[in-house]
Design a protein. Structure first.
Length: 129
């Protein structure tokens, strides 16, 4: 998964939402990952268990659960999950997003440093910087 696609996903995912397949595809979630995470989510008559779509309660909703997506992204990029300890969906999602953002920042820094080393090496070899 392209790391540039991850930040927009984090903005839309709160641990409660279920993304329709088309929305997940628009966000750049790889088709294989969508296929793995896509399922039928059954509504339950409980606080937090009722699925609302277009302002009305629905029996079920097919899609990718946001929390499952965050867990998968954290695993894919190797985010440090030691601080992800919450059991509640919303709190867990926030902890996952924080871990993912730290890892994305690390990856960007690693890429910048690598590019700098490459430029420095080219310069030392007599090439253009």
């Amino acid at each position: 998964m392209e790391t540039s696609k991850i930040r927009p996903i984090l903005e839309l995912t709160d641990g409660w939402n279920i993304l329709p397949k088309a929305d997940a595809e628009k966000l750049g979630v790889p088709k294989k990952l969508i296929k793995r995470l896509y399922k039928r989510h059954q509504s339950r008559p409980t606080i937090g268990g009722t699925i609302i779509f277009d302002g009305r309660e629905v029996d079920h909703f097919n899609g990718v659960h946001g929390l499952d997506l965050l867990e998968a992204i954290a695993d894919m990029i190797g985010a440090d999950r030691r601080g992800v300890i919450a059991y509640g969906r919303g709190a867990r999602a926030e902890q996952l997003k924080a871990a993912i953002l730290v890892r994305l920042d690390e990856m960007e820094l690693e890429a910048e440093l690598s590019a700098g080393v490459t430029r420095a090496h080219a310069y030392s070899e007599g090439g253009a910087a």
